[in-house]
Design a protein around this ligand. Structure first.
Ligand code: 5RP
Length: 244
């Protein structure tokens, strides 16, 4: 599994704390990544102890792990609602001083995210957005005053050059994501490619999100604006909670 910055202990704390939100009868969106993996394992233990839930995986990786730990699975088209989604992030806007527990997201975009480090953001956005409550699990290395850094775009393979040209017209720098243990590019679970596009610090994430979404050939981008309900931030000593 891909490892990102932040200690595994901090990730474990965040993931396990978020798993405590799961209740009997819930349909739960199972995000992707090393932090969410801790939540999935904790939910697996709860299922072993008698909890009855159904999970909706957001990737091949989260599906495999859920099967391994015994979580019964379903799919978006088989259920009428998702009660809770738990997912990680590559960047989380957090402008609080750590003492405030309830933040006004309209102030500075608190809770806005960049996702897609694991190339799963298309299914993640589908499932996370469908959920009545979307909880993000992160460690402090993910926190920032504003969004910035590469934004992953899932693109139709034939369209990657045309999309890259349009991204450059928008003053972004596109890079085709290369696979680490395969020649050539990363291929997503959906058979598409990923362009990581840097725009520097992002002044207006909502505007950029709608521009990226309108590029022909872009299936999904990794900006999650105004979607998060809470963030659990695992630290070396505990868990900080933000509600928006
Ligand atoms: C996958 C994601 C992940 O949630 C994100 O990359 C965070 O991963 P990790 O918990 O391993 O740091 O968006 O597409």
């Amino acid at each position: 599994m891909k490892r990102t910055g932040g200690s595994d202990e901090a990730k474990r704390r965040a993931g396990e704390r978020a798993a405590e939100e799961v209740e009997d009868g819930f349909v739960v969106g199972l995000g992707t990544g090393s932090t969410t993996a801790h939540a999935i394992r904790a939910i697996g233990e709860m299922v072993e102890g008698g909890l009855e839930i159904q999970g909706i995986p957001t990737s091949f990786q989260s599906r495999q792990l859920a099967l391994e730990v015994g979580i019964p699975l379903t799919s978006l088209d088989a259920i009428s609602s998702v009660d809770l989604a738990i997912d990680g992030a590559d960047r989380v806007v957090d402008t609080g001083d750590g003492d405030e527990q309830v933040l006004d997201r309209s102030d500075a975009g608190d809770g806005d995210l960049i996702k897609g480090g694991g190339a799963a953001h298309m299914r993640e956005k589908l499932v996370d957005t469908a959920a009545d409550r979307f909880v993000v699990v992160a460690d402090p290395s993910k926190l920032a005053d504003r969004l910035g850094g590469p934004i992953p775009l899932e693109v139709v393979p034939d369209a990657h050059s045309a999309v890259a040209d349009t991204v450059q017209e928008l003053e972004g720098e596109p890079t085709l994501r290369e696979a680490e243990h395969k020649d050539g590019p990363v291929v997503t679970d959906n058979g598409n490619l990923v362009l990581d596009c840097s725009f520097g610090p992002i002044e207006d994430p909502e505007r950029l999100a709608s521009r990226l979404a309108s590029i022909p050939g872009v299936l999904e981008h990794g900006l999650f604006v105004g979607r998060t309900d809470a963030t659990y931030i695992g630290t070396e000593t505990g868990v900080e909670v933000r509600e928006y």
